[in-house]
Design a protein around this ligand. Structure first.
Ligand code: ADP
Ligand code: MG
Length: 701
């Protein structure tokens, strides 16, 4: 047997258990070993039965003096009842729905029981406890009288069964598994060797053992991930890109003629980007900044540098509306530099060209693509249409991706492979604030620039938590605002269980009902429309366009409203079921308003305004910094809001480490150190193998 042995080779794993285990992602002995308990129950203390006189969890050891099967009088539920005796007295043990126990246990047998004790009419009794027969003179219980591991989401595989499978394998686990962490790191960080860590995570003898095992295993997981990310980063650095020289005069010509001056954070980010683009290896940088922090102009600075050096730039955004907005903005902002800008979406393609004296005209797709291929076009803005085979560039030096999380890795790399010999510099942009630790994990192969400062002129959005009593009053206020010409968003609550297929439908229903309610009962005099994830892209875009043109007063939506679209006239944001959102997400949603010169408002309607929810939501009243709020989310709600657990395949206790900046940083530093002395991991073949396995696994998901 080794780690790759299929679980079907284990005795007791028949075809039905094999399937169920596979559903949990367990196909091999190795995967079984790395399926960790998510919690434990401490049944290590053995109580004399006469001392069990309060409700609670207990372990007892004794002899069965009586055992019988029966059925409850009314519901006819089968049960087994036994009497357990030790040298202090007797106690009853009842197992419901397990009548067969009466056959497998016998009078006179010695057993352990661990479980809940309650008082019933005829005395104290154990209720469906775990039990184990004591064989021979030495007893090493697996399911009772110790700290018992409990495994997550079992789908027909009980923790008892997993313990049963794992115990014999763990006995000789040191022969099965090899140490992959470099010796030096184990010593330096005082980590458990892998075999011990596995034994202790599954069958710990004490709380301390659990902690040490978790420390080792989570360090390892994050260390492996960091090696993977850093290797990717190093591989990228070995590629060739077009070096773009910095021409400060031209850049000042752009920034000096804007209707505003750049914030310091914008300047710093632009500088970092320009420094990267000067290099002969491709930039791979993420520009993060709150909604409205002004990322677009920073991207335009980078674009101008590349264009002025004689190269082309591609600018991809996830939706048509957003692409059009960027096209208009680019055509306007960069017009003074006499450049040709094209817009390529699924629909009307456009061109603004110096030959046409700055008029924007419609152009056929073929013509636009031809211009791009021949290098006549300096900047091509568009949607996914940009990654089609037919779109070719003559000398693409820079790719800009707006709202990068909306694109898959494949789409990103497709756009970057338009040139066979050189890789364009890549600037990704995201408005999703993410805490530092997670940025290193989720975007570990990227360099990071952060705009953590908002343009000064922006008016603060007045945010309030509205109690149910004030609902009507708030509606009247909104009515007045809409009468004044403002527009409003109503966001419907998120339905928690993301895995649940019905939740999307439930969300949809919530949006439809809310729209009906608002349109007929609350705001009959206004035009109310809705937007949700189940609509076709074209329908969504159509609604957004009409909203932008003020053809709609009130838009009811799920939280998926188009990111980044600038609706300057929207002044009201109502969020129903606000407590179901993370703070950072609420902040992002709130950021859809407050883009114009008038005062904007955000009303949070919690479903159940308990003191605790209010307290959490209050953070939004005092903070306007997405990063600050994201850190708070991490502290209060854990990393789940940011990192999909499935995506990274991490157990909960490893996810928890992501809260701890020092631990992540330590793992990253350790990974850097190993790679710096041995970038190909020649000295660490086992480590290398695990990294490539991990890579395969993460790619599959
Ligand atoms: P986001 O980071 O969300 O993409 P945008 O780039 O769309 O933000 O900028 C939002 C608005 O702020 C735009 O209208 C832009 O012209 C404006 N803006 C950008 N930078 C500044 C600044 N330094 N001062 C004032 N307004 C700015
Ligand atoms: Mg934007």
């Amino acid at each position: 047997m080794d780690l790759t042995t299929p679980i079907s080779k284990l005795s007791y794993v028949g075809s039905s258990y094999q399937k169920r285990l596979e559903n949990l992602g367990i196909k091999t002995v190795g995967e079984l070993l790395f399926h960790f308990p998510h919690r434990y129950e401490d049944f290590s203390k053995i109580s004399p039965v006469s001392s069990i006189r309060t409700k609670g969890k207990y372990t007892a050891i004794g002899e069965i003096t009586k055992i019988e099967a029966g059925k409850t009088p009314r519901q006819m539920m089968p049960f087994t009842r036994a009497t357990l005796q030790d040298n202090t007295g007797e106690i009853d043990v009842v197992w419901f729905k397990q009548p067969y126990l009466a056959k497998s246990l016998e009078e006179g047998e010695k057993i352990f029981v661990s479980g809940d004790v309650s008082y019933f009419k005829d005395g104290w009794q154990f209720l469906s406890p775990s039990y184990e027969k004591i064989k021979g003179r030495k007893a090493f219980p697996t399911h009772t009288a110790r700290i018992i591991p409990i495994y997550p989401s079992t789908e027909g595989v009980s923790s008892r069964f997993l313990r049963f499978l794992l115990k014999p394998i763990l006995k000789n686990v040191d022969l099965l598994i090899y140490e992959t962490l470099p010796e030096k790191i184990i010593k330096e960080k005082d980590l458990l060797p892998i075999a011990e860590a596995l034994q202790q995570i599954h069958f710990p003898k004490s709380q301390k053992e659990i902690e040490k095992a978790r420390k080792r295993l989570s360090f390892e997981r994050i260390f492996l991930l960091q090696i993977l990310l850093l290797k990717k980063k190093m591989a990228m650095a070995r590629e060739t890109a077009i070096p773009v020289p910095i021409n400060l005069e031209e850049i000042q010509d752009l920034t000096g003629n804007l209707p505003f001056s750049l914030t310091n954070a914008q300047k710093k980010a632009a500088w970092q980007i320009l420094q990267d683009m000067k290099k002969e290896s491709p930039m791979n940088r993420l520009l993060e900044g709150d909604v409205g922090s002004g990322k677009t102009i920073v991207a335009f600075i980078a674009a101008l540098a590349a264009i002025k050096a004689g190269y082309q730039v591609a600018f991809m955004a996830p939706t048509e509306v957003l692409s059009r907005q960027h096209f208009d903005e680019a055509a306007k902002t960069l017009w003074r530099f006499k450049i040709d800008v094209g817009l390529l979406t699924g629909k009307k393609d456009k061109l603004r060209s110096k030959k046409l004296k700055g008029d924007t005209v419609e152009i056929s797709r073929e013509k636009l693509i031809k211009k791009c291929k021949e290098g006549e076009l300096n900047l091509l803005v568009g949607t996914h249409a940009l990654i089609q085979e037919t779109v070719k560039f003559k000398n693409l030096a820079l790719v800009i991706l707006d709202e990068q999380h909306r694109f898959g890795t494949k789409q990103r790399s497709k756009l970057c492979l338009k040139d066979k010999y050189r890789i364009p510099h890549l600037l990704s942009m995201s408005a999703t604030p993410i805490p530092r630790t997670l940025a290193l994990t989720v975007y570990g192969e990227l360099d990071l620039s952060v705009i953590n400062e908002m343009p000064k002129e922006r008016k603060k959005i007045k945010t309030s938590i509205v109690s149910p009593k004030k609902r009507e009053e708030t509606y009247s206020f909104i009515k007045e605002e809409v009468k004044k010409g403002r527009q409003a968003f109503f966001i419907c609550p998120r339905i928690e269980e993301a895995k649940d297929k019905n939740s999307a439908l439930a969300e949809l229903k919530a949006v439809e009902e809310e729209k009906e309610r608002l349109a007929s009962l609350v705001f009959p005099e206004f035009k109310v429309e809705m937007l949700h994830g189940k609509m076709k892209t074209s329908e969504k875009e159509d609604i957004m366009k009409r909203f932008q043109r003020k053809k709609i007063d009130i838009l009811v939506s799920t939280s998926v409203i188009e990111v980044g679209v600038d609706i300057r006239n929207a002044g009201i944001m109502v969020i129903e079921g606000a407590e179901r959102f993370g703070l950072a997400q609420l902040h992002q949603v709130r950021g859809r308003v407050g883009r114009g010169e008038f005062q904007s408002y955000c009303f949070l309607f919690p479903t159940s305004p308990s003191e605790k929810t209010k307290q959490r939501l209050r953070a939004l009243l005092s903070s306007e910094n997405g990063f600050e709020l994201a850190e708070k989310d991490l502290e209060l709600r854990g990393p789940g809001d940011f990192v999909g657990k499935r995506q990274w395949g991490m157990p909960d206790f490893t996810m928890d480490v992501l809260k701890d900046w020092e631990q992540v940083e330590e793992a990253r530093e350790a990974a850097k150190e190993i790679l710096s002395e041995d970038s190909e991991l020649k000295k660490y073949p086992l480590l290398k193998k695990r990294i490539s396995n991990l890579e395969k696994k993460l790619h599959l998901e």
